[in-house]
Ligand binder design. Structure first.
Ligand code: ZN
Length: 224
């Protein structure tokens, strides 16, 4: 079996192999290392790689090339909707109980969908931040919505709230929980009893939200 990987060259002295959460393999190789040497190392590490992949496959493998296909399902606000590649000429993305993208835009479908998700996330998250800022009596200075590798949100000392756009795939109560969680850090830095008290007043179902993220987080994180 052939092992697919991406490769980056750096000033390091040895070859480094990492496997990301989508089970993609990334190599960092010393500058100038010949391909034959790299392949030899990968070959030697094959068993280790396969074992890693096996134990890491908590969520379905996602190693297929990311070709957009008609009928695949996409998450939005906690529900799955089908993506239809339509023969009609459509600009961008239409959403009404299903996603529709023109087949003419198939090659840009991922980008169109990403832009669509991002604009929905910006609109909704911004609104919610404003709402909960009032009820919590806090003043975030800035809200940034972007891709975050290892978290759903963060709150920085300069009062910037950063939220992962992929949260737009989660149910509303989960989105509420993350936003309230980050805003509550403007009052309580640590996850103290008082912190959870503040969160619980705003989002009584926060434990359910935490559980949902634990169980479904992997699904949210999928790349488009
Ligand atoms: Zn926290």
């Amino acid at each position: 079996m052939k092992i697919d990987y991406t490769i980056k060259y750096s000033n390091r002295k040895t070859l480094n192999i990492t496997i990301d959460r989508n089970n993609k393999i990334h190599l960092t190789a010393p500058k100038g290392m010949p391909a034959s040497d790299i392949n030899a190392v990968v070959e030697k590490k094959k068993l280790w790689i396969f074992n890693k992949l096996k134990t890491k496959t908590k969520y379905p493998l996602d190693t297929k090339s990311k070709e957009t296909v008609s009928g695949e399902s996409l998450m939005y606000l906690g529900h799955k909707y089908k993506l239809i590649l339509s023969n009609d000429i459509i600009e961008g993305v239409i959403f009404s109980n299903k996603f529709t993208v023109s087949i003419l835009n198939k090659s840009e479908a991922q980008e169109l969908l990403y832009n669509w998700y991002l604009s929905q996330a910006k609109k909704l998250f911004q609104e919610k931040v404003e709402l909960y800022s009032i009820t919590l009596g806090v003043n975030p200075v800035k809200v940034v919505i972007r891709n975050l590798k290892y978290s759903w949100g963060s709150c920085s000392p300069n009062k910037t709230i950063t939220l992962n756009w992929k949260l737009i795939r989660a149910p509303i109560y989960v989105i509420n929980y993350i936003i309230v969680h980050e805003l509550a850090h403007l009052i309580e830095l640590n996850h103290s009893a008082e912190f959870w008290n503040i969160v619980g007043v705003q989002v009584p179902e926060y434990n359910k939200a935490k559980r949902w993220l634990k169980e479904n987080g992997g699904m949210l994180e999928e790349e488009l």
